[in-house]
Structure formats: C-alpha cells, structure tokens
Design a protein around this ligand. Structure first.
Ligand code: ARG
Length: 588
C-alpha cells in the first residue's frame, strides 16, 4: 500500500520550489493553488508575494514560469491578468497518477498525519419508543462520519447514547409490576415489530393510568427512587424494557444495513454512577451554584423570554438528575477514560442550546480545553412534502420502519421496470437490488444536503434515475461493471504516452481529488461534500461514456487507457459509497 500524492499537491510543490529558486527572499510563500475553469489549476500566490517584495507581479510571474521550464508534469503555464498563473498538466502526469492509484488498495489515499481519538455519539433512540426520522438522520450521518474518519486512520469510538433513564421508567416499571404478563411473548423468537408493539402498548397504558390515578403516580415516583438507588428487582424489570427495546432497535438498524455493536450502546443509564461526583466537582469548583434549591450553571448570553438568565440545571431541587448531568458525566468518561481528543455529537439542531451550555460548562470545569474539543454535528428537521415537519395525516410521528419499507417497495419497482433481456436479473436479484437501492436512496437523500439544513422527505425524487440520487450513482457503477465484465479479469495497463480527450482529462482529474475530498470531509464533518464529489464523478463518467467508446476505441492502447479510467472510477465510486453506508450492486 502506497499513498499517491495528488496532482494538486505535486503542482503546489513544484510551484513552491520555483518560487524559492527564483526569489530566495520570498521564504516559503504559498502559491495559493486552486481549481480553475480556464486551465487545470490557477495559482494566485504571486500577487501577495509581489506586494511583499514590492515587485511587479507580471514580471515575477514570468520569472517563475521560466524557472519551471518544460517538464513531465506541467505542460503549460500562462501568465494572465495581474499576475495569475494558469496551469495545464500533461496528459502523461494524469495517466501515471491514475495508474499509481489503481495499483493501490486505498486508491493512493494517504492516512492522516496526526490521527487522534474521536468519540462519535450517534444513533441514539429512546427505550420503549418508536424510532422516527430524526433518529434516522443521526444514525446515517454518524455512521458515515465513523467510516470516513476510520478510513483516514483516526481511532474512532462509537457511542449510542440511548435514552434509557429518567422518570418515565418509574411509570413503566410500576405498571409492569401491576400487570406482570404484559411483556411476555408466546413461543420462540420475538420480532422487532412485536417487541415495539408491546412496548408501545405498555407505554400508552401506563401513561393513561399515570395521568388519571394519583395513587399510581405516587407509586411510580417511588419506583424512580428505587431504580436510581439500584434496587435489584426494579433494575431487573428496567433491564427487560431495555432488552425488549434493543430487539426493536436492532431490527431497524439491520433494515438500515447498519452495524450497531452491543458494547457501543452506552445509554444515559451508563453514567448513573458518575452523576453525584460530576455534581460535586462542579459545585466545588464554583462552576455550578445552588439556586432555588437546584444546582445550576449560568451563562451571560443565555436568557429566557423574560430577560432572566436560563441556567443549565445539573441537579433538580428534588435531588433528581436530568439530561445535562448525564451528558456532563459522559464527557468526563469520554475524555478521561476513553482518551478522546474530539467528541462529535450527531444530534438534532433543536438540541443546540443544550449542547452549547453543556460544552461551555465542561470547558469551565477543565474537562474540555485546547487539546480536547467537542462539536455538535447538528442536523436539521426532516420535512414532509408540504414543507412542515414530517407527520402522518393524523398528526403523528411517522414510523421509521414504514418509511424504509415504502422506500424499498418503490426502489424494487424501479429495478423491475428497468430490467431487460440484456441485464436479465432474476427475481431474487430484483428483490436484493430493491433493498440496496431503497435503503441507499434514503441514506443518500439525507447525506447529500448539508446536515444543518432541513430537507423534504420525497420518495419519488429519492428513487429517480435522473438527478442527484443514489440510484443514479448505482447505475453508473453497474454500467462500468458491465463494461469491465466484458473485458475479463486482467488489470488494464496504463499508456501515459497517449493523448487524452477533454472528457477523459476531466474524469481523471476528478478521480484524483478523492483523497483531498476525504481529508476535507474528515476535518469539517460535512459528509455532503463526499456525496457531491461522488455525484460529480458519476456525471463526468456519464459524459466520458457518451463521448469515448471504451471497448471499441481506435487502438488497443486506447482501449487499455479507457479501461483503466473505468476501473478506477468504479473503485472510487464503490469506496466512496461504502463510506456513506451505501451498497453498489454489480448488476442492475
Ligand atoms: N436520545 C436523544 C433523542 O432521541 C438523543 C441523544 C443525543 N446524545 C446525547 N449525548 N445527548 O433526542
């Protein structure tokens, strides 16, 4: 495995060398390379340099161009405007770089120079409750960030901070004590669907009693105390709710084609033993203060509508701990025990104020600092076609499973319709592809808009063959596979001596940007940039394929070169889609 320098970094290096050769007094000036429509790249660094050296930029530029001279990488450097350099690469450099990438399992993508440890908090549904589209977003975006960071060599710890603690368990457990057979199932294995439906039944029934029966309410409250103090019988019943919910969660994650590992599920309850100490530390250091009986942290810039400061409540006046205490304890655990340098929280933007206050509190307490940072990868709301938060007609939350089933159904119809004598998919393949395309469509729709934005959940658009959809990418991939299948097993040989067409160059240059795209996504936590990269890759391939015959190219050498482009494009698509959690079927 060898990493391959990108063409951009090679050009950058050559220019920097030429800068210091012609103008030693320039020091290590940055050539400021960027992509360009007029040539392959444009470098603007001469302008700043000329200012610094009080020289004429166009003259300096001419000197630099002369110093570089004709060579195997830079075909043409043209001075333009006030002193920009327009740079065109040789076809030889492009083909050689692609061949080097093709020879590497990782497509030549380097590992990060200074990897650290990142804890990602994502896919965190709540016990005894249905999963909804918000949980989908967290799971899909989080899983993509896990894969992308791991690919760059980062040590990643996954944490599923499920909602498995709090006062509502008093009500649920007490109800189960009084109706002991409600969670029993007849016979063998329980499906996710069955698990959820009995949980839902108990939830609704217990809530009804809780709201109407004062005595039950009191018993439920006592049950909370018993749970928090670790009473064994109460804990055992609580565990039944958690286990039952996990059956359901796993069934949904499985449908989502997502691997969730049991040891990574550390819910709110997992920090119970730390809560008291967290509060003590905050109080002793003066970060938190007593106010109206509660332990609170105040912020100058967080005020309620009445103008009074809204504190973060770490411990309620009745002695109970809430969401904030758990999250602060989780930070201590992740920083001190898991040795994280970065904490990422993939959570709904509507919880941004909570995280702002929690992170600031942790900074004041010294748990977060310059070496250890926390970020919320905040995502927007999923909207229905009407532009309002996604709800059923009756105003209820849409069940995630129903959406996924519908996506699979639509995608299967698309595959069936597109099937023809040439591809000749069997019924089994149609069904399998329908699943991979349907789930891919849902994930891609989520990942292709910037996380912070709201987006419309529109299945018709998601499974459309035209436009920025996963189906489009999957078809591009399958098309390449069908070409490569005709070619047989042997790896195509590169022919750097051949001239490239403009479609070949554009595709080749874009393939070369894969590593840079990943580096960018890994540091900005913006997976939509990877989706955009892949969409452009598929579009450039479509143009190439329309303009350049592959197997029927003019000469055997050109066939080889084009097969190389096909091969590396397919592998880049496959790798990129895999990082997004999306499958690429070979035959479609
Ligand atoms: N369970 C929460 C919800 O459904 C999300 C948990 C987010 N993570 C955290 N560390 N607070 O909204």
């Amino acid at each position: 495995m060898a990493s391959v320098p990108s063409l951009a970094s090679t050009v950058q290096q050559r220019l920097a060398d030429a800068f210091s050769a012609t103008l030693p007094e320039a020091g290590s000036a940055d050539p400021l390379l960027r992509r360009s429509d007029r040539a392959d790249f444009q470098a603007n660094g001469i302008l700043a340099l000329a200012k610094k050296l009080k020289g004429n930029p166009r003259e300096l530029a001419a000197k630099v161009v002369e110093a570089i001279g004709p060579n195997d990488v830079l075909k043409e450097i043209e001075v333009s405007g006030p002193g920009f350099l327009n740079i065109t690469l040789t076809d030889e450099a492009i083909v050689k770089t692609l061949a080097a990438r093709a020879a590497d399992d990782r497509l030549g993508v380097p590992f990060a120079e200074n990897p650290g440890t990142t804890v990602i908090d994502y896919a965190q549904p709540n016990v005894a409750k249905e999963m909804h589209v918000g949980h989908l977003r967290s799971a899909v975006i989080g899983a993509a960030m896990v894969e992308i960071l791991e690919f760059t060599g980062e040590q990643v710890v996954r944490r599923h901070h499920i909602g498995d603690w709090g006062t509502q368990y008093g009500m649920l457990i007490q109800y189960l004590i009084e109706h002991p057979h409600e969670l029993d199932h007849e016979g063998g294995e329980v499906s996710g669907e069955e698990a959820m439906s009995s949980l839902d039944r108990i939830y609704k029934a217990s809530r009804a009693v809780f709201d109407s029966d004062e005595e039950f309410k009191a018993r439920a409250r006592d049950r909370v105390v018993a749970l928090q103090s670790g009473d064994p019988e109460t804990r055992a019943l609580w565990q039944r709710f958690v286990d039952e919910s996990k059956i359901y969660f796993y069934s949904v994650f499985n449908k989502l084609d997502m691997e969730i590992r049991d040891p990574d599920i550390v819910g709110e309850s997992g920090y119970n033993d730390m809560l008291e100490e967290t509060c003590r530390l905050l109080e002793e250091s003066g970060v938190a203060v007593r106010s109206e009986g509660a332990l609170c942290v105040f912020f100058d810039d967080v005020k309620g509508p009445d103008g009074n400061p809204t504190p973060l409540i770490v411990k309620k006046s009745n002695g109970g701990y809430g969401y904030a205490a758990t999250d602060l304890s989780a930070i201590r655990d992740r920083v001190q025990n898991l040795k994280a340098n970065t904490l990422i929280y993939v959570v709904d933007a509507r919880q941004s104020l909570h995280f702002k206050m929690v992170f600031e509190t942790a900074r004041r307490a010294g748990w977060l600092n310059d070496e250890v940072k926390a970020v919320q990868l905040a995502f927007g709301t999923v909207l229905g076609k009407d532009g309002k938060p996604f709800k059923t007609r009756a105003g209820e939350t849409v069940r995630l499973v129903d959406l996924l089933d519908e996506a699979i159904e639509r995608a299967t119809a698309v595959v069936r319709e597109k099937n023809n004598e040439k591809v000749a998919l069997s019924e089994q393949e149609i069904v399998e592809n329908g699943v991979q395309i349907g789930i891919g469509a849902v994930k891609y729709a989520d990942l292709s808009t910037s996380a912070a934005r709201d987006y419309k959940f529109d299945l018709d658009q998601m499974v459309s063959l035209n436009g920025d959809t996963s189906v489009y990418l999957q078809y591009a991939y399958a098309r390449i596979q069908s070409i490569l299948r005709l070619r047989g097993e042997a790896q195509p040989v590169a022919h750097p001596e051949l001239e490239l067409t403009s479609a070949e160059r554009a595709l080749g240059l874009h393939v070369d940007r894969f590593g840079e795209t990943l580096t960018d996504v890994a540091s900005t936590y913006e997976p939509h940039k990877l989706a955009a990269y892949l969409y452009q890759l598929a579009s450039l391939f479509t143009t190439f394929y329309a303009e350049c015959p592959v197997l029927k190219a003019d000469t055997p050498a050109q066939v080889e070169n084009r097969l190389l482009l096909c091969d590396i494009t397919a592998r880049t698509l496959h790798q990129g889609m895999a990082l997004l959690g999306i499958r690429t079927p070979d035959r479609l």
